[in-house]
Design a protein around this ligand. Structure first.
Ligand code: SAM
Length: 218
């Protein structure tokens, strides 16, 4: 099926304007949201609602995150790191967040634990010619062979900050991760400066659980 973008471009513009209204200020981030076609990361049944500021099901009981949430996490990266920086995403899901990061010029690595979602997102990202590295596995252990990373984004809710991810942060690197219980989490930022890691917390969000050796137990 054609991407029907003549129909979706105005909806994407309205979504981006709403993100701006809701506090996303970084111009590069807003530009990326205008460019990446969210509907193509969803089944066609969701195309007409794809530009609402809502999560939607993507199969395996998982969701594509709400655009505001994606923009919020992306803005933390974009405000602190220039193009070419190395970014690891845990929880590829549909591939949308990874595509936004790639659009911003980051070297993106992304890990998904569900084989079906890994395969589907791989097809989507290849079709859209998004350049990144992806793999199937437990993201709570990070990606040791390509570490360290300037930023690590965890797009699922965790009971704590996985030690492996903290260890894979570069100097001046940040781990951005929602921490809390299985229904509500607070966005937490761990900033490595030399041998010290500083933590601060921002707003509440609701993510599906991060399941793995250093997250919620399967
Ligand atoms: N970033 C995704 C997107 O743009 O569509 C949305 C992510 S969805 C809210 C969370 C994803 O994290 C799910 O696809 C889930 O399977 C995945 N996940 C949960 N635990 C994981 C783990 N330990 N390693 C890798 N992926 C994990």
């Amino acid at each position: 099926m054609q991407d029907q973008d003549h129909k979706y471009r105005p909806k994407r513009e309205a979504m981006t304007a709403l993100l701006h209204q809701n506090g996303i200020k970084n111009e590069r981030v807003l530009e990326a949201f205008l460019t990446v076609k969210r509907h193509l990361f969803l089944d066609t049944a969701f195309w007409d609602v794809a530009y609402q500021d809502s999560p939607f099901p993507i199969g395996q009981n998982q969701t594509i995150s709400q655009p505001f949430t994606v923009a919020y996490m992306t803005e933390i990266v974009a405000d602190n790191y220039t193009k070419g920086s190395k970014v690891l995403e845990i929880g590829t899901g549909s591939g949308y967040q990874a595509a936004i990061l790639a659009e911003l010029g980051y070297r993106v690595f992304t890990i998904e634990r569900h084989a079906e979602l890994y395969e589907k997102s791989k097809q989507t990202l290849e079709k859209l010619r998004v350049s990144l590295m992806q793999r199937l596995g437990d993201g709570t252990l990070g990606w040791i062979s390509v570490a360290p990373f300037d930023a690590i984004l965890v797009t699922a809710g965790s009971p704590n900050a996985p030690k492996a991810l903290l260890e894979q942060l570069a100097d001046n690197g940040r781990l951005i991760i929602p921490i809390g219980n299985e229904t509500k989490q607070r966005m937490s930022i761990f900033h490595r400066q030399g041998d010290t890691i500083y933590e601060h917390q921002t707003h509440d969000f609701a993510f599906v659980p991060l399941i793995g050796k250093q997250g919620w137990q399967p």
